[in-house]
Design a protein around this ligand. Structure first.
Ligand code: ADP
Length: 481
């Protein structure tokens, strides 16, 4: 029997108002591993009511006290890191070494960063002349709504929850229906760490029902969303009914650019990390590989040779390098992109199929394509799977033009030993994050977000907490009242 999980409202695990549950699978085995409460709009109402009560208590705590609760959450997560990693792997499919080595530590670091940030929120005083004393303070919004995806379930939860709570808000958050389990576990941990009732509420269920209800709810003051560009559009439209501000982290089609002066073995590692890590299910995936014409053929051939040796399989095995994608629907989507690319004339250098050696699970072979028209679908749309298209460029100008030939602008990688060139390209590429001679490096201290259709607003860093505050200007007349 799969485990049954209720949603989390007012520091209690409660069934949905309908009493129904939806199945959650392990993508490596296709087994149903849990049944999770299927939320409805009424559950969002309940969560918002609990959050309003929670907010009153939370916002009256001192910043130091809020920081201590976040710190305790970080320590509790650290103490239970292995169990969280195992659960993330079981539910999301990512290799255990990545869950242990990246996702969980990043979530802990984010909680710690914002635990420290609670006491560093500053307002300003503004000199408006002797006739008025003027200051501006940062206040929390109240109840904020957060909707997160399934690629880094716990880490995305931490990116959302930690800065919102640090600023004094209460949260109503919805995990993706494929991957609700680690967030539910985190909610129990937060309660045990002393988070007052109602400050964190997790409503599980489906986007068009629960997600939409959160987005439209008049009691929710702000929305933060990470997910696909199409869903982002729906969120903005729905949020506009009540004029809620929205922070969006959407898709990407990032260029990972390699010049002919790179050290090939090192460069290859970064290209592989950029697009095969997490089975390519990364917003920042370096899914357009731009290769200088002098190294293109050798690079592709070596990367294909490496891809063929990648250990695909049971994500619980410490040696596994590539796990399944999250769901059957995602696997079909990824393979659909590949087959349409082939039909449009692309060459599949390696991969391109379901990895059948497993007989079950949603495994996709690491896939490299060449001969792709840069205007075609596979070069312009986000695949969210272990699929990369390689392109040749002659010189820096062409690399820059190709890099910017995208509706997205989340990230880019530049690999070269020519520092001046790295600076020129870093300045010229229209993206929110640029990596030089590295890829996918993230820090909770550094703002993260997109240009163009990759979204707007920034998470992490000081901007991440500022996001969850609104400014209040206070004019005080020096005259007697
Ligand atoms: P995918 O389609 O691959 O699941 P999404 O970007 O749609 O990716 O999902 C990201 C998150 O957004 C999930 O938690 C999902 O349930 C939620 N979601 C999906 N559709 C909507 C919607 N119309 N309004 C609000 N949230 C949504």
């Amino acid at each position: 029997m799969p485990d049954r999980h209720d949603m989390f409202i007012g520091n209690q695990f409660v069934p949905s108002s309908s009493g129904t549950y939806f199945p959650v699978r392990n993508p490596a085995t296709e087994e149903v591993i849990a049944e999770v409460a299927e939320g409805a709009a009424e559950d969002v109402d309940r969560a918002v009511a609990a959050a309003e009560r929670g907010f009153t208590e939370w916002a009256h705590k001192s910043p130091y006290e809020r920081g201590r609760v976040l710190s305790r959450m970080a320590r509790a997560l650290e103490a239970d890191a292995d169990a969280f990693a195992a659960l993330e792997t079981r539910n999301q499919g990512k290799p255990i070494r990545h869950a242990k080595g990246f996702d969980i530590p990043n979530a802990i670091e984010t909680l710690d960063y914002y635990a420290g940030a609670t006491t560093k929120l500053h307002g300003t005083t503004i000199d408006t002349g002797p006739a008025m004393h003027t200051f501006v303070r940062r206040e929390p919004y109240g109840v904020v709504g957060q909707i997160i995806p399934w690629n880094y379930p716990l880490m995305m939860a931490a990116w959302k929850i930690a800065p919102a709570l640090a600023a004094g808000n209460a949260v109503v958050i919805k995990p993706a229906p494929y991957t609700p389990l680690t967030l539910l576990k985190l909610a129990g941990l937060a309660r045990d760490a002393g988070l007052p009732a109602g400050v964190l509420n997790v409503v599980t269920g489906f986007g068009p029902v629960v997600g939409r209800a959160i987005t439209r709810h008049p009691g929710i003051a702000k929305i933060a969303f990470t997910g696909s560009t199409a869903t982002g559009r729906d969120i903005v439209l729905n949020a506009s009914e009540t004029h809620k501000p929205v922070v969006l982290e959407l898709g990407g089609k990032s260029a990972n650019i390699f010049f002919d002066d790179v050290d090939l073995p090192n460069a290859l590692k970064r290209a592989v990390l950029g697009v095969f890590h997490n089975a390519g299910q990364m917003c920042i995936a370096g899914s357009r590989l731009l290769l200088h014409e002098k190294i293109h053929d050798e690079f592709v051939q070596r990367m294909a040779a490496f891809a063929k040796t990648m250990r695909i399989g049971d994500p619980r095995d410490e040696k596994t390098q590539l796990g399944p994608v999250v769901a059957a629907r995602q696997m079909e989507r990824v393979l659909g992109f590949v087959s349409r690319a082939k039909a449009a004339g692309a060459t599949v250098v390696t991969g391109g199929r379901r990895a059948e050696n497993q007989n079950r699970g949603y495994f996709v072979e690491p896939t490299i394509l060449t001969g792709v028209d840069h205007k075609s679908e596979i070069a312009q749309e986000e695949v969210f799977g272990p699929v990369v298209a390689a392109f040749k460029f002659r010189d820096e100008d062409e690399a820059l033009a190709l890099a910017n030939d995208s509706k997205f602008g989340l990230a880019a990688g530049i690999h070269t030993n020519d520092l001046a060139r790295a600076h020129r390209l870093a300045a010229g590429i229209k993206a929110g994050t640029i990596w030089v001679n590295t890829y996918a490096y993230l820090s909770p201290a550094v703002p993260y977000g997109g240009y163009r259709q990759s979204g707007y607003g920034r998470e992490l860093g000081q901007e991440g907490i500022d996001n969850y505050t609104q400014l209040k200007a206070v004019f005080i007349s020096p005259n007697r009242g």
